[in-house]
Design a protein around this ligand. Structure first.
Ligand code: NI
Ligand code: MN
Length: 235
């Protein structure tokens, strides 16, 4: 296993850097909490969990600019490909996946919706990325019992979970997600970007600490979190 660097870029946007640079849900334009500007973003792969604008974000421009594909749900991939002929897409579906540029991306369910330009575009998804150190990015989702199955099938080392409430789980529900996933580390996301999504990461951490199941890392925007080749957080 190589070193893995995880960086939060606000909302649901994360960058995973190992041998490759993977960008998930790159919502930059209109994101008041991001440290990125879309012009200087480098990526080997862009992963999009669903079509909502706070997740698809600037994915098309970034993928085109870097000449790299977008991995997303097949209906959204088709819709984008129809509109942007030069765009490279990998349209996967639930429980499926693809290996692009040596990066393994697996799709898992998310209990949410997905639309693009006011049309439904298939199901939303969560993703499990990586082969050695595995990161589960839940996308937007409520809590669901099959998170146990995600643990059994994928054993993510780290889970990135929405806690903002209103559109997704709040800290109270996310705590149940943590108990089912049992990953070593959890990182909260999708909170504080706008007033509506008011879930508090400290409250989430307290709830998770009580269970003793996982260690919560409250990411700071733009500050890399480094995991060594043994999968342990470097401190
Ligand atoms: Ni959404
Ligand atoms: Mn969202």
């Amino acid at each position: 296993m190589t070193q893995t660097v995880l960086t939060w870029h606000g909302h649901a946007c994360f960058e995973i850097q190992n041998e490759k640079r993977i960008l998930i849900d790159p919502f930059i334009t209109g994101n008041p909490k991001t440290d990125l500007t879309k012009e200087n973003v480098k990526a080997d792969l862009v992963v999009v969990t669903h079509g909502h604008s706070d997740h698809l974000g600037d994915a098309v421009e970034i993928a085109l600019g870097n000449g790299v594909p977008i991995v997303t749900m097949v209906e959204l991939a088709w819709a984008l490909k129809k509109e942007f002929k030069d765009l490279l897409v990998e349209g996967i579906n639930l429980s499926g996946g693809v290996t692009v540029s040596g990066v393994k991306v697996r799709s898992v369910i998310a209990v949410h919706s997905s639309s693009y330009k006011d049309q439904y575009v298939g199901s939303p998804m969560g993703v499990v990325i990586g082969d050695g150190f595995k990161i589960y990015h839940a996308g937007d989702t409520g809590v669901f019992r099959d998170m146990e199955l995600i643990r059994e099938v994928h054993h993510p080392n780290l889970s990135i979970l929405p806690i903002g409430g209103y559109y997704t789980m709040s800290p109270a529900e996310a705590q149940f997600a943590v108990s089912m996933l049992k990953s070593e580390y959890v990182v909260p996301m999708h909170y504080g970007t706008f007033p509506l999504i008011s879930g508090n990461p400290e409250e989430f951490k307290e709830l998770v600490d009580k269970t003793g199941v996982s260690r919560t890392i409250i990411a700071k925007v733009g500050v890399p979190i480094v995991f060594g080749s043994d999968g342990k957080l470097l401190e």
